[in-house]
Design a binder for this molecule. Structure first.
Ligand code: HOZ
Length: 435
């Protein structure tokens, strides 16, 4: 990857030099280190609406959105006001609050499969806990996940994973015991026949199938028509639980997430990102009979000091209440379509082969000439070209994910004017790639 010479001696570069002495790789989450695109990460000073400003005063139109949560935009006035109010009443009690009932009611009302919910502190915690519950409830051990899907960094899940591990070329991780990894079976996404074969071989041992119903962590990859229904049917037939990892897609693709959009009901669902309104949060929920197996209602243990934290619940609840309005998703569909049509047209005009996958406000442009329906196809995208495109866009004030294998997100604060500026910047960036 080519480092960008223009960012040689700025405050971000100085901060990064300081950070690499203090934090592994200079960051607290790997993709942020820009290793997928080369160069030095921009250190952010503040963010407002659809834009972020770095420590050198450069402002960017933001399509990372804190990796998904910022559907309302940064520093949303209602969220900030609610947080101010909550702050004055204390930051953590370690005891139940009415807020936890309110957000649970909101989630249960919205997400078709969720009859009861447990709040946790991150998506990783949600998926780890959902898997433990699935194993506890079925008395089975094996787990099926799909190549290129990422469900956080739990031991069972770092097998052929996407997101940061794919970005760094480390789809499996040292430190995961072979005895744990051998209980995770992988299958290609979007291939119901391959999953049927896995069930034919291991059916009686499979506790759960976990899937990103629309993948965000190999870039955005869309399920083929009927695929999620086929996955549901196979799980039911073999007595395995179906877990939808809707950490990214929950409240993003529809109020009820991908399961509402595709009308497929999983047994368990994991959530995160949007439900915390930008504060650290996760949740898992599902059928009442399953959720009642979680301690203290049942024997499957899971706990957390900061779970249900009043600030996270406040930011999340304020965000979710705004998403009751159906016009939110109509707007996001319209803006997503407008932006992606513009990006496709800009690439074609420059003679650059791209494929843009999108569902609503979640999308990825791959640098390839073949359809991207699974990890095999996603991994063929030209990552050097993505890196050059990324930096050309960054220089033009557009902040994309510093990895080909992450989805981009549009929020309610992305106006047509900002989208059109993005397309103009892309036109110039694609043209640069030809030289
Ligand atoms: N891996 C997460 C997104 N898919 C988070 C990346 C980050 O926060 O740096």
């Amino acid at each position: 990857m080519t480092a960008q010479s223009t960012e040689a001696q700025d405050k971000s570069a100085a901060l990064f030099a300081r950070a690499v002495e203090l934090l592994p790789g200079g960051v607290n989450s790997p993709v942020r280190a820009f290793r997928g695109v080369g160069g030095t990460p921009r250190f952010i000073r503040e963010a407002q609406g659809a834009t972020m400003t770095d420590v050198d005063g450069r402002t960017y139109i933001d399509y990372v959105g804190s990796w998904g949560p910022m559907i309302l935009g940064h520093a949303d006035a209602a969220v900030i006001a609610a947080l101010h109010d909550a702050l004055a009443r204390g930051t953590s009690y370690g005891a139940p609050t009415e807020l936890e009932c309110e957000i649970a009611e909101e989630i249960i009302d919205a997400v078709p499969s969720i009859e009861m919910v447990r709040m946790v502190n991150s998506g990783t915690e949600a998926t780890m806990s959902a898997i433990r519950l699935a194993r506890g409830a079925t008395g089975r051990t094996k787990l099926v996940k799909f190549e290129g899907c990422y469900h956080g960094h739990g031991d069972s899940l770092l097998v052929k994973a996407g997101s940061g591990v794919a970005t760094l070329g480390l789809p499996d991780s040292p430190g995961v015991p072979a005895s744990v990894a051998q209980n995770t079976i992988t299958a290609p996404f979007n291939d119901a026949e391959a999953l049927a074969q896995v069930f034919d071989q291991h059916g009686a041992d499979i506790a759960a199938v976990i899937i990103e119903p629309v993948v965000g962590n190999m870039g955005c990859v869309v399920p083929r028509e009927g695929y999620l229904q086929a996955v549901r049917e196979l799980c039911t037939r073999h007595g395995a639980l179906l877990i939808f990892d809707e950490v990214m897609t929950g409240f993003r693709l529809a109020r009820g997430g991908a399961q509402e959009l595709y009308a497929v009901t999983p047994d368990l669902t994991t959530l995160g990102k949007i439900i915390g309104g930008g504060l650290p949060v996760g949740a898992y929920g599902g059928r009442r009979d399953l959720m009642n197996q979680i301690a203290p209602a049942g024997p499957v243990y899971q706990a957390g000091t900061l779970s249900g934290n009043p600030l996270a619940m406040t930011a999340g609840l304020t965000t979710l209440k705004r998403l009751r309005d159906k016009s939110v998703y109509e707007q996001l569909e319209r803006t997503g379509a407008r932006l992606c049509a513009g990006l496709g047209e800009a690439a074609r005009a420059a003679g650059i082969q791209t494929v843009t996958n999108r569902v609503g406000s979640m999308f990825t442009t791959f640098f390839t000439d073949e359809p991207v329906n699974d990890w095999t196809a996603a991994s063929k995208s030209d990552r050097d070209l993505y890196g050059r495109f990324f930096h050309a866009m960054l220089e033009a004030g557009i902040y994309l994910a510093p990895s080909q294998f992450e989805a981009a997100f549009i929020g309610l604060a992305h106006t047509d004017e900002l989208l059109d500026r993005t397309v103009e910047a892309a036109r110039a960036a694609f043209a640069q790639l030809r030289s």
